[in-house]
Each structure stands twice: as C-alpha cells, then as structure tokens.
Design a protein around this ligand. Sequence first.
Ligand code: AMP
Length: 394
Amino acid sequence: MKKTIKDIEWQGKKALVRCDFNVPMEGNEITDDTRIRAALPTINYLIENGAKVILMSHLGRPKGEANQKYSLGPVAIRLHELLNRPIEFSPWDKVVDENVKAIVHKLNPGDVLLLENVRFRPEEEKNDVDFSKELASLGDIFVQEAFGTAHRAHSSTAGVADYLPAVSGFLIEKEVKFLDSAVNNPERPFVAIMGGAKVGDKIKVIENLIEKVDSLIIGGGMAFTFFKAKDLNIGKSILDEESIGIAEDLLKKAREKGIKLYLPVDVVVAEEFNNDSPSKIVNIEEIPEDMMGLDIGPETIDRYSEVIKEAKTVVWNGPMGVFEMPNFAKGTLGIAQAVADSNAITIVGGGDSAAAVEQMGLADKMSHISTGGGASLEYLEGRVLPGIDVIDNI
Ligand code: AMP
C-alpha cells in the first residue's frame, strides 16, 4: 500500500505537490480547466490541514527554454478563482532561485504558491540530480498528484522523491486503486475491450491482459489485422502489416489459455475514409474488395454488449471505429452505453474512449476514467511507473 496525504500530519509542513496542469490553451485562455479542478480536493485538504502548499507542473512542450506562451500564469489566475483565495505565483524562468526561496520562506500554513513551468528548465526531462535537489529544497514532503506524467522519470515526477518523503494525492490514490485491482486482483468475469487503429501500439497491453482476463473483446481498426491473420479478406481496411504474426500468436495464446477472444461478426464498410462516403453493413466474411471497414456493425454491438453485461470488471481502451466521423461512431457509442449500463467495476483508459464517454454524458456512470492515456496503458502493460514507484509504502 502506498502512503497518501492522509498519512501525514501537515500542520506547518511544506507540501511540494506535482500536479498535472497541462491544460489546453488558446492564446492566454484556458479552454478546459478539468485538470485544475481535478486537483482541488488534494489542494483543499492540504490547506485545511495547515500545510504550506507549493504546486508545480509542466505545460506544453517548451523544450527546456523559458517561453511565455507556456507560462503557468493563467493557471495561477484560474486557481485563484477556483480556490477563492489569493495564490502566490513565482514567474521566474529558473523555476527555483533565490526569489522563489524567499517566497517559500514567507509562506504561512494554508498559503498556496504555484511555481513556473518546470519544463522551462532543460534538466527537468533529463531527471537531473541537481535540479531534483533544487526542487526538493523547497518542500518537506513530496505529493504525487500528476498521473498523466507518472510514466515519465523526470525531476519533478520522480527525481525529487530521492530527497523527500513521498506520498500520493487523492487523484493518484484513485488511479492506483482502480488500475491495480483490475490488473492484479479483478472481480471476475474480467472483460477487456481493446480498440483503436493499430495492434502494434497496444500489443504489450494485450499480451499482459491476456494472462489476466476471462474475455478479450477486439474492435476498431486493429480487428482487421486479426482477420488478416485468419486469412479473411479485409478489402481496403486498415492493416498493421508488421503485426499480423503477433495477431496470430495472440489468437493461438487465447485458444490455449481458454480465453474468449471476440472479434466483430459484422462491420460497417465504406468506399472512402470519409463521413459521407456511401456505406453498408456486411458480414465479416463479405467485405468487398474495394471497401474498408470503419465501424463494428449492429450485431457485433449486441454480442459485445451481452458479454459486457455479464462482467464484474471491465477495462476499456480505444474506439470501436472511426468515431470522429458521426456515421462511423455508432459502435463506439454503443459500447460506451453498454459499459455505462453494466454493474461491473468499469475503468476507461484515457484518450479517445474517455472522450467518447464524456461526449455522451456517461462519465459519471463509470467507476473510473483514467486521466492519463499513456500512463494507464503502461500500467495495463504491467510496467512499473516511475512516478508511482517513488511513492513511499506504508
Ligand atoms: P488509438 O490512438 O490507437 O486508440 O486509435 C484511435 C484512432 O483509431 C481513432 O482516431 C479512430 O478514428 C481510429 N480507428 C478506429 N477504428 C478504425 C478503423 N476501422 N479504420 C481506421 N481507423 C480507425
């Protein structure tokens, strides 16, 4: 078990908190403040318990140089509005220097300071020892609250914890709780749903999950590589040529282990990769030579929904079709509905599947929507995430 902020007596202590304030911006405007709001429970808990709160984050890719386009200034303003209290912001490009140390020195319990973008320093992404020490010198305890970067070993996500005790904030605690129990101790039947464009990108996740699940549902573009491996005609559908052999191995492995691997039984095919292209529903064995599969068909949605209904744990990553085009979004939306309707513990990996769930207003019907696409995939691959590994155990 990992230590959390609840295991610390905070009064008067300096909490150095790594947040994920990497919000979408247009000019100086924050277009979506979900990530800032998500960190509020942890920040408020620290304030209420008398900590001096020092927040750090990256924003965008300034590539190790100070660039006002990526300043966290607008985030400080939004934090001030959301917390309804004054926020100190240290606009110094070096992130840590004598000016910043002087502000930290003057902080009172309950005060909040936001540092400038940690990626203004080239050392950050190199997990540089000296920069990690500089950051650590600002706090008494490191709080990990940025799941989106937990798979990266950077100074502010991992290195800093070499010099400070480290605990998780509420967001990380929730991510670890759901992903860990799914991967290591799932309630059964455990069903994984994998979609998206390529098998190659998710091969490690599938290889790891095939050892753990009872059923594996495949949809999206990656299904066609499996069909090719089964010698079916896939017309002009997307093919991940390099992964045909791997798809064959996975089919064999599933058979040997007695795992049910579901592939679409019907697909929506179109002439072109285009929302308005003429389309029709065909059986999987009847894909015309000059057409491409862009979504799973209605019978597949029904079959997959039945499997999902029986599950006790569901992990879903990746769309079932080209859901960005409304005419090929029905499969993804149908599966989102089935996952939302199920009584299982439901975990949606970040990225496209999370976007589909949000788009349908089903977000609060899921047990957990992971905030980090890359990080949750690496977790499901069975990898140790550096930013989680550094958190102290109880
Ligand atoms: P990924 O990033 O691997 O999860 O892939 C997501 C992308 O896969 C989305 O942009 C989808 O449009 C795309 N996708 C899903 N199904 C298909 C398909 N049948 N053909 C082509 N692209 C697809």
